[in-house]
Design a protein. Structure first.
Length: 311
């Protein structure tokens, strides 16, 4: 068991670090110049809080990047990214997303980090297409096929965020581990992989949270979903409160006291920034403009917690 976190997260704009120890730097909003190969730009407008997050390693890195797929690892953890061009999504969204996840899942076992723990998908035109042709639903079909083909059952699904961003194309960001983490589901919510047919032909393949062997709780994008239904349609203030109840229920399900390290709030309407109480969420809180995958959902939060009493 790994007892200490195999990475260090910094939300400083420019931490004093050696570029050789950067697993991945995620930049939201506007940025100048060409990104470094270890930098990922989400394209999500930045509204408040840290604009960059640095996933740093205390130990030397190995670069496993091949072509478009970037992946840097230490002995315990790896962070990577893969872009899907708009042309591929237009030609066949499900197939291009399946191929992207299949590439990631094929590479991981060769790196000593076979477990896909966490994924973030920044998806352009998330609501384009009608009914089951909607881009998000097609994405779910592709992801589901790739995870199933890799032999993963629901327990081994990653925690996830899928969020719409302005502009074209998609970008996948992921975290992989040497050891598996423990899937935690939310007793207030139907597991996403058990959602009924009305939300799409392929239920979303993710778990609500992953509890790592080093005492962190990695929480997926969490919204005002109770059971499988969206609550408080279009009411952002009420959705935020419901979302916080969901986060609290997940922490309780994971056992013990959890201290917030980092939260990201995705708001559909940037004019509603004042509704977000960053103090109450705790830790480093970034607020971004992003479109949650169900149109009636106005807000979503993801979080990273550490077991209280550790540092
Ligand atoms: C929900 O609870 C809200 O498809 O991977 C949140 C996080 C949501 C991840 C995904 C979807 C996903 O169903 C939507």
């Amino acid at each position: 068991m790994t007892r200490t976190p195999p990475y260090r997260l910094s939300t400083e704009a420019e931490p004093a670090v050696d570029a050789g120890r950067v697993l991945l730097c995620v930049t939201h909003g506007e940025a100048e110049g060409e990104p470094a190969m270890w930098e990922l730009r989400t394209g999500l407008p930045h509204l408040a809080g840290p604009q960059r997050e640095w996933w740093l390693s205390e130990t030397p890195l190995t670069d496993h990047s091949t072509g478009e797929l970037g992946l840097r690892t230490n002995a315990d953890i790896g962070f990577g990214q893969l872009r899907i061009p708009e042309s591929a999504l237009r030609a066949d969204c499900a197939a291009s997303c399946e191929e992207a996840f299949a590439r990631i899942l094929a590479l991981l076992p060769t790196t000593g980090l076979p477990h896909l723990l966490r994924s973030w998908i920044y998806l352009g035109h998330i609501h384009a297409g009608e009914g089951d042709d909607e881009r998000y639903r097609q994405f779910c079909i592709g992801r589901g096929r790739a995870l199933t083909a890799a032999g993963l059952d629901a327990n081994a699904f990653p925690a996830a965020t899928v969020i719409g961003r302005p502009g074209d194309g998609a970008c996948i960001h992921f975290m992989a581990g040497r050891e598996p983490a423990e899937a935690i589901e939310n007793p207030r919510q139907t597991s996403a992989f058990d959602y009924p047919r009305r939300y799409g032909p392929q239920p979303p393949s993710f778990v609500r949270a992953q509890r790592t062997s080093w005492g962190e709780l990695i929480v997926s994008g969490t919204a005002a979903v109770v059971g499988h239904e969206s609550r408080h349609p279009d009411d952002t203030a009420a959705q935020l409160l419901e979302t916080e109840r969901n986060l609290a229920a997940l922490r309780e399900a994971a056992g013990g006291d959890w201290q917030p390290l980092r939260t990201v709030v995705y708001l559909r309407d940037p004019a509603e920034l004042a509704l977000v109480d960053r103090e109450r969420l705790g830790g480093a809180v970034s607020v971004l403009q992003g479109d949650v995958c169900r149109p009636e959902l106005m807000v979503e939060c993801e979080a990273l917690y550490r077991r209280a009493g550790r540092n």
